[in-house]
Design a protein around this ligand. Structure first.
Ligand code: NDP
Length: 480
């Protein structure tokens, strides 16, 4: 498999003016070996790529008929499906994603393109009866060049769910993938061009966030920045974008709750909840890392949760049966181990995991870890650990539990388990999060808005809400 290793600018893999001098090693987290090197773009390449995207916008993509635009996006989806295995393998090597998850995520990317391809001709403004008579209507117009900056934890689907609605609305995109995982995004750009997307409509620039990411965010021709990543970088981007009022959507960190009432189907909740935190090795902004369990069922729930956790297959991400792979990097594992070290020095009880697997001398593996005895003030309870660590805590009263759930700077996702419908709706209304599921652990639906309250972000990905976010709303009045 030949991975693309150079920036994709104006319809070709090429070294931009400064690209090629700095090369970034792609390290397979399961083997710790370098499997390829990618040429990083520099500031001059950003300049080149944004100018090319603006040109493609003005001279081509903005004025492509909705029918043709939809046809191209459907063709992108088809090529993604035809190249599913190759795209999936690229993310297995880059970030240690288990192959079965990687395949599902590539298929999700294709579905995202299909959804927005189908939306192109069904997305329109309104006619508005205004008091002075005449004829008033609104237009949903593309913005121009959109900068998309994406993280390494779900490289392919997050790339698709920013690129597809932006293109569907008529914008052109300059994408900066994470330095740890640029290769599947580069491959996507090649496929999109093959599918008929004009040169310049999707540019992909590998390179560091603090370097080219900041240059891109501040470029005067960039009209919108769509970012997924940490809250600290989201806040920095917001400051940089403020100067010329760029539009923003930010999907940031989380510390999501999983609330289990005594009247829930405890077996179902306990057996499915471990993967709601350990999937993707816990490197998931929606990971349900704070579990609140009603006291009467606490012991029973913990026992079943731990049993189910021990059955999860941790191992080589290239193997079909693997459910959880290594952490993405040496640094990420050290960060997580830092949290565990403080936990062992305090009153916490680690009832499962907490260390590295003994049977692996290579790869950034960590055993799946269950922590009890947390207080709401503990760092491990409050901060985004981004690793395979869950904290479980009992609660006595619904009201007090909701206060603790909302006592967090984050508000992204969460679950609640109960068979009492009134309670489910009452609690769902009170939990401060952008996404919530009842008797389920799902967070992402292509058709529904995804994003957070509070420091988990601004704006929404997915659904028609995301497409609105890639347009400006114009009101036109015609006197009669
Ligand atoms: P970052 O927020 O640093 O990275 C996300 C993306 O932003 C990457 O493409 C990165 O580039 C880019 N970036 C970084 N700094 C800047 C900047 N100053 N201006 C513009 N772009 C920038 O996440 P990390 O990968 O460093 O992970 C750190 C922590 O963030 C994790 O431990 C986790 O807690 C959280 N996180 C949350 C995610 C989520 O889904 N909400 C996703 C990823 C991380 P590059 O990496 O190439 O330098």
């Amino acid at each position: 498999m030949q991975a693309p290793t150079r920036p994709f600018i104006d319809g070709e893999f090429r070294d931009g003016p400064g690209a090629g001098r700095e090369r970034v090693a792609m390290i397979n987290p399961a083997t710790e070996e370098t499997w390829c090197e990618v040429a990083a773009a520099d500031g001059a390449a950003v300049e080149w790529a944004v100018a090319g995207a603006q040109r493609a916008f003005e001279q081509d993509w903005r004025d492509v008929t909705p029918g043709k635009r939809a046809e191209v996006l459907f063709a992108v989806a088809r090529l993604i499906r035809e190249n599913l295995e190759e795209l999936a393998q690229l993310d297995v090597r880059s970030i240690g994603k288990p192959i079965s998850d990687a395949r599902d995520e590539v298929a999700l990317g294709a579905r995202v393109f299909e959804y927005y391809a189908g939306a192109v001709g069904k997305f329109f403004g309104h006619t508005i009866p205004v008091a002075r008579g005449g004829f008033d209507f609104t237009l949903r117009q593309p913005m121009g060049v959109v900068a998309a900056i994406v993280p390494w934890n779900f490289p392919f689907p997050i790339t698709c769910w920013k690129v597809a609605p932006a293109l569907a609305a008529g914008n052109c995109v300059v994408l900066k993938p994470a330095n740890l995982s640029p290769v599947s995004a580069l491959r996507l750009a090649g496929l999109a061009h093959e599918a008929g997307l004009p040169a310049g409509a999707l540019q992909v620039l590998p390179g560091s966030g603090s370097g080219i990411g900041e240059v891109l965010v501040q470029h005067p021709l960039v009209r919108k920045v769509s970012f997924t990543g940490s809250t600290s970088v989201g806040s920095r981007i917001m400051q940089l974008a403020a100067r010329d009022m760029k539009r923003l959507s930010l999907e940031l960190g989380g510390k999501s709750p999983n609330i289990v009432f005594a009247d829930a189907d405890i077996d179902q909740a306990a057996s499915s909840s471990p993967m709601s935190v350990f999937a993707n090795t816990g490197q998931d902004c929606c990971a349900r890392t704070r579990v609140f369990v009603e006291r009467g069922i606490f012991e029973r729930f913990v026992e079943r949760f731990v049993d189910a956790t021990r059955k999860i297959v941790v191992g080589d991400p290239a193997q079909e049966r693997t459910q959880v792979g290594p952490l993405v990097s040496r640094g990420q594992r050290e960060t997580v181990e830092g949290y565990l070290k403080t936990a062992t020095q305090q009153r916490h009880r680690i009832v499962c995991g907490g260390d590295r697997p003994r049977d692996r001398d290579k790869g950034y593996y960590l055993n799946l870890t269950v922590v009890l005895g947390c207080e709401p003030t503990d760092r491990i309870w409050r901060e985004e650990v981004f690793g395979p660590v869950v904290c479980i805590r009992p609660f006595d009263h619904e009201e007090q539990m909701i206060r603790e759930v909302n006592d967090s700077p984050y508000g992204l996702s969460g679950s609640l388990w109960t068979n009492d419908l009134k309670r489910a709706i009452r609690v769902a209304r009170r939990v401060e999060s952008g996404v919530l599921s009842i008797n389920s652990n799902s967070s992402v639906h292509v058709e529904a808005p995804f994003g957070g309250f509070k420091q988990s972000g601004i704006g929404r990905d997915l659904g028609m809400t995301a497409m609105e976010g890639y347009t400006e709303l114009k009101n036109v009045y015609v006197a009669e």
